[in-house]
Design a protein around this ligand. Structure first.
Ligand SMILES: NCc1[nH]cc(CCC(=O)O)c1CC(=O)O
Ligand SMILES: [Mg+2]
Length: 353
């Protein structure tokens, strides 16, 4: 009996139902399509799954009462007042989303060169944390640490002669982190990309007794065009002078991301983040493989806008594109995803169960 590729050639004559397109079957030992033949078979061999446990939902809070204002460049996302943030926290809790993230839209009159409002213990973020924790103490709250929602120039740090000052900025960020921890924030997430801020914040938190407040470092954060709609949402798009390339990473770099992550871990980060998401899946994979620590990814505003905008135009199936993008992050090695799709994705996951 002749053997070809480990299989008797005679087997090529195995009976097959004749069809109009009948021909001799190819002599294939392996047919990967067998494992895709039905939904149950695809489920059986599926390597990665998305669950609600993977989601962090970012919210934009604004001053006022009982108001939701759509963000034009992020269809489906609103700027919400503190009372509404409590309602969204309730929605998150009901959907089993473990954590929400808070970003403020600061009134122009409260913005200044030094971002002083960041240190106001009664600013929008702190008000929201207190209001949410009062009603829903069991939901995790992440607070971004950076000065851009509070500065008149839209930069994440202090400026002198057009330069973003590192060490002086870190001193302010430490105070911002303490104010947020005091309000009841669970995870401090420095997004500013100043050098040394994670260590400085960790020291200050420990000294103040906030031993259990976690730090999620925006460790590999790239200078990206995909942050555009976020800057609309927090009102810094119009005021931002220049760009953030002297502190956020160059999108051409990959090894540098590993050094940034290594430093933040050495300084005490409990979790690290890669940002943006879709154009940087290779970075997510390298970080996860290299450090084996809790690794998060931020599907940023521009990524959301691309999917939501194309879907609204009928150009793509928005729901499928959303789920495909989210499972892609899991496949790349992410343990969790910050995404504006969080509530919609969680609703879909719940309906499928
Ligand atoms: N430092 C602030 C910050 N925190 C999160 C984002 C972007 C999030 C998004 O685009 O969804 C930004 C914008 C920026 O760095 O300019
Ligand atoms: Mg760094």
């Amino acid at each position: 009996m002749a053997i070809k590729f480990g299989r008797p050639i005679e087997m090529r004559d195995t009976p097959r139902r004749p069809t109009a397109l009948s021909s001799q079957p190819l002599d294939l030992v392996t047919r990967p399509r067998r494992n895709r033949k039905a939904e149950w078979a695809r489920r059986l061999v599926r390597e990665n799954v998305l669950t609600t446990d993977d989601l962090i939902w970012p919210l934009f809070v604004v001053d006022g009462h009982n108001t939701r204002t759509p963000v034009a460049s992020m269809p489906g996302v609103d700027r919400i007042t503190v009372d509404q943030a409590v309602r969204d926290a309730e929605r998150a809790a009901k959907l089993n989303i473990p954590c929400i993230a808070l970003f403020p839209y600061t009134e122009a009159s409260l913005r200044d060169e030094h971002g002083s409002e960041a240190l106001n213990p009664d600013n929008l973020v702190c008000q929201s944390v207190r209001a949410i924790k009062k009603e829903f103490p069991d939901i995790g709250i992440l607070c971004d640490v950076a000065l851009d929602p509070f500065t008149s120039h839209g930069h994440d740090g202090l400026i002198e002669d057009g330069r973003i000052l590192n060490d002086e900025t870190v001193a302010v960020l430490v105070r911002q982190a303490l104010v947020q921890a005091e309000a009841g924030c669970d995870i401090i997430a420095p997004s500013d990309m100043m050098d040394g801020r994670v260590g400085a914040i960790r020291d200050a938190l420990d000294e103040a007794g906030f031993l259990d407040v976690q730090i999620m470092a925006y460790a590999a954060k790239y200078a990206s065009a995909f942050y555009g709609p976020f800057r609309d949402a927090i009102g810094s798009a119009k005021t931002l002078t220049g760009d953030k390339r002297t502190y956020q990473m160059d999108s051409a770099n990959s090894d540098e991301a590993l050094r940034e992550v290594e430093l933040d871990l050495a300084e005490g980060a409990d979790m690290v983040m890669v940002k943006p998401g879709m154009p940087y899946l290779d970075i997510v994979r390298r970080v996860k493989d290299t450090f084996a620590v809790p690794t998060f990814v931020y599907q940023v505003s521009g990524e959301y806008a691309m999917i939501a905008g194309a879907a609204n135009n009928g150009w793509i199936d928005g729901e499928r594109a959303m789920m495909e993008s989210l499972v892609g992050f899991k496949r790349a090695g992410a343990d969790g995803i910050l995404t504006y799709f969080a509530p919609v994705a969680a609703e879909k996951l719940k309906a499928e169960r």
